[in-house]
Design a protein around this ligand. Structure first.
Ligand code: ATP
Ligand code: CA
Ligand code: CA
Length: 141
């Protein structure tokens, strides 16, 4: 049985033309199968965290109405990251595009390579702001 759910996906870029990577990512997310882009938050610049020296990020979050399961969505996100030239080096290192599943309204996952809600769902201030913004955008429909 397919479940129609709402997924919140975080976009981040800190290499190259960051605005362009976010715009291309939004377009790619909107054209995934069985998925509709409902709303996009404003874009916010944040300082990088973690052990690696790197430039600031542009961040954004989108709400997607989708019939893709968390695992199917993760596969699509990896495909889009790769299409946008992401080279996986070290964890938390600089990247042209990072796409994370922040949470689903109804579904969860708890596997070695996929945890939903994302463990940092309530820890990153910009994620909290973006989720609040999306909630109010969606509520207006
Ligand atoms: P963080 O997840 O803390 O923001 P990161 O985005 O830099 O760190 P990555 O190197 O992009 O981490 O991802 C490492 C792995 O995390 C991915 O290959 C994926 O399998 C796994 N992962 C687990 N849960 C999720 C999730 N909710 N969304 C995206 N990836 C996830
Ligand atoms: Ca991330
Ligand atoms: Ca990631």
């Amino acid at each position: 049985m397919t479940v129609r759910d709402i997924a919140y996906v975080a976009l981040g870029s800190n290499l190259g033309d960051r605005d362009v990577y976010l715009a291309r990512a939004r377009r790619a997310l909107a054209s995934m199968p069985r998925t509709r882009l409902m709303a996009a938050s404003s874009i916010e610049e944040t300082e990088p965290f973690g052990p690696v020296e790197q430039g600031p990020y542009l961040n954004q979050m989108v709400a997607l109405e989708t019939e893709l399961s968390p695992r199917e969505l993760l596969g699509e996100l990896h495909r889009i990251e790769q299409a946008e030239g992401r080279v996986r080096t070290e964890r938390w290192g600089p990247r042209t595009l990072d796409l994370d599943i922040v949470r689903y309204e109804q579904q969860t996952a708890d596997d070695a390579d996929l945890i939903v809600p994302h463990p940092a769902v309530n820890e990153r201030d910009f994620w909290r702001r973006e989720q609040a913004e999306l909630r109010s955008l969606i509520a207006r429909h």
